[in-house]
Design a protein around this ligand. Structure first.
Ligand SMILES: C[S@@+](CC[C@H](N)C(=O)[O-])C[C@H]1O[C@@H](n2cnc3c(N)ncnc32)[C@H](O)[C@@H]1O
Length: 243
């Protein structure tokens, strides 16, 4: 079971620390204070995860069981790599038998069992390269992609929603039957058209907000479970072709 983070100093660092007023802007100081006092940050350090985001995936999995049995996983927007760490572990991926492909336009330090592509997911070559990297059909497509912030909230929101939409279409193109898709979205942000497309292709589509996702953040996750497969659609196309 994913334990809630322990407020305290298991990492040897006390919570409630303040950063001295100095040359830092007030907003930067507040960010640093929140970061060093965040129990999830401390627990990530303690458990060897590269980011506190690990606990978002673990908490979602604890309730919705999307990792169990996954043999191949694609991780979109993967840096610094905590979701890929988890993916490599659950798939028992090794450098000799790669079962996890990760993409990010930021550089990401190597991880055993993970093929890392430093590339924009919106690059037309990305889907093919990801599928080549993984060498088989994925049962899980994860996307924690968040567009770089411009300072203009509406623009940032729209860009991240666009990434979510492109990721969803990619998932429907590549997932094996019974597979799952999890992607970052925003409260009230998922377009009806995208939801309808997912509902047509998956048995269950829900929004989830894990405890590790900061309460003040509008971040949510869109979870589409049990991909129905492409058979019906393909058969329809074939039947249409013959008509
Ligand atoms: C919240 S972080 C991911 C954290 C990651 N899940 C982890 O556990 O370490 C979001 C990432 O999405 C990446 N990203 C945003 N847009 C992208 C794009 N178009 N292509 C690839 N990566 C992208 C960012 O560079 C950033 O590293």
């Amino acid at each position: 079971m994913t334990k809630p983070p322990v407020a305290g100093n298991r990492t040897g660092r006390k919570l409630g620390q303040k950063v001295k007023k100095g040359k830092l802007k007030a907003s930067s100081r507040r960010w640093i204070e929140r970061h060093i006092n965040d129990p999830y940050v401390q627990r990530a350090k303690l458990e060897g995860y590269r980011a506190r985001a690990a606990f978002k995936l673990l908490e979602i999995d604890e309730k919705h069981h999307i990792l169990k049995g996954a043999r191949r996983i694609i991780d979109l927007g993967a840096a610094p790599g905590s979701w890929s760490q988890i993916a490599a572990k659950v798939t028992s991926s090794t450098d000799e038998d790669i079962r996890v492909a990760a993409i990010d336009f930021l550089e990401m330090a190597p991880l055993p069992g993970v093929r890392i592509l430093q590339l924009d997911f919106l690059d037309p070559e990305a889907p093919r390269l990801l599928m080549e990297a993984i060498g088989g059909t994925p049962d899980l497509v994860l996307s924690d992609m968040a567009a770089p912030t411009t300072g203009h909230q509406k623009t940032d929101h729209l860009r991240t929603m666009h990434l979510c939409e492109v990721a969803a279409h990619f998932a429907v193109e590549v997932l094996g039957e019974g597979g799952h898709f999890l992607a970052k979205t925003f409260q009230g942000g998922t377009e009806r058209e995208l939801l309808n497309m997912l509902k047509q292709n998956f048995r269950q589509v829900i929004h989830v907000k894990p405890g590790a996702s900061r309460a003040e953040s509008v971040e949510m996750f869109l979870l589409a479970k049990h991909f129905k497969g492409r058979k019906a659609e393909d058969a329809g196309i074939e039947a249409g072709d013959q008509a």
